[in-house]
Ligand binder design. Structure first.
Ligand code: 13P
Length: 315
């Protein structure tokens, strides 16, 4: 019998069952980013931020990694696991910030400041990573920048994360790039102030990809993994979540006694929302959208990632 809208819940449950069966049959692991749709979060073997996903990809014993997130995340899984098949359910799921730098531009800038250490945010292409000394995520950017011997640091491509690091690391000169996350910069100071007025007893948590004037209003600044930890350990009951709304599903599930609000109804990453259970099942069943990285770029990009993982995890 064909499905109608009324049957959607049943259809979603059947898809989940199908994915679990396929996953077992094919020896696959499902890694899911914190911004994904609720149904996709529900089928995760591992749910986390960019750093945790990279680590989970590295630790996985499965033959196939299906990465529910955006392109650069699946690319990282492939860079770290060249022998494994890495699938991205929807190949169009990109990251606009990662496209705001080209290798040619980066090479030209490096020539102008040859003494600078180059730190690249993981929201970047494999080619950009290959041209950088070390990668970082929002969870370890300050630690990574501090670990470099260089006095000057070129931080690419996310300007707001670079400016936040600059505010925290006073003994280095941080040179930022022009990239921004269109989702995080869309949230205005006015919206954040309005939310704080509406929920006066709530704490504002903000992702460092937000604009500096928004960050100034926050009780806590950190990536999605940092927010999960902060909330778990906090005695506060109400929070305004200054990042993509997908995280709120996980926060509600893990903290049923706490309340979460988004400062804006447009805090949504369209690329992250492209992945649905239907696409996960389709990609897993047919082995579609396999990630490939040219070997010379992969090897160089891996060095930048390995260095980051060593700084963070000590191995
Ligand atoms: P996190 O690493 O904090 O999850 O952020 C990922 C991201 O892409 C933010 O836009």
């Amino acid at each position: 019998m064909p499905y109608t809208r009324k049957d959607d819940k049943r259809y979603q449950e059947e898809l989940k069952k199908k994915i679990i069966e396929l996953k077992k049959k094919k020896n696959a692991v499902i890694l899911v980013h914190n911004y994904q749709r609720p149904g996709v979060q529900d089928i995760a073997d591992f749910l986390g931020d960019s750093l945790a996903l990279a680590q989970a990809a590295l630790n996985s014993k499965a033959k196939i990694i299906i990465l529910c997130g955006v392109y650069f995340m699946a690319e990282i899984a492939k860079i770290l696991n060249p022998e494994k098949k890495v699938l991205l359910p929807v190949k169009e799921a990109g990251c606009p910030a990662s496209d705001m730098i080209t290798v040619r531009e980066l090479q030209a800038r490096k020539k102008e400041i040859p003494d600078a250490g180059v730190v690249c945010y993981v929201n970047s292409s494999a080619a950009t990573k290959a041209e950088s000394d070390v990668c970082c995520t929002s969870a370890n950017a300050i630690e990574v920048v501090r670990s470099l011997p260089n006095k000057r640091i070129l931080f690419v491509p996310d300007k707001n994360l670079g400016l936040y690091v600059k505010s925290q690391v006073e003994d280095k000169q941080i040179i930022t790039w022009r990239g921004v996350c269109p989702t995080h910069v869309r949230v205005s100071l006015e919206e954040v102030l309005e939310a704080k007025k509406r929920y006066p007893d709530a704490q504002l948590l903000a992702h460092p990809e937000c604009e500096p004037k928004v960050l100034k209003e926050a009780s806590f600044i950190g990536g999605t993994g940092g927010m999960v930890k902060y909330i778990k350990n906090s005695g506060t009951k109400r929070f305004i979540i200054g990042t993509e709304q997908g995280l709120i599903y996980r926060l509600k599930k893990e903290n049923p006694d706490k309340e979460f609000y988004s400062p804006s109804n447009h805090f949504i990453c369209a690329d992250m929302k492209l992945t649905t259970l239907g696409w996960v099942a389709h990609s897993l069943e047919l082995g579609l959208n396999e990630i490939k990285v040219p070997e010379d770029i992969r090897v160089k990009a891996k060095k930048s990632l390995d260095k980051m993982l060593k700084i963070t995890y000590g191995k």
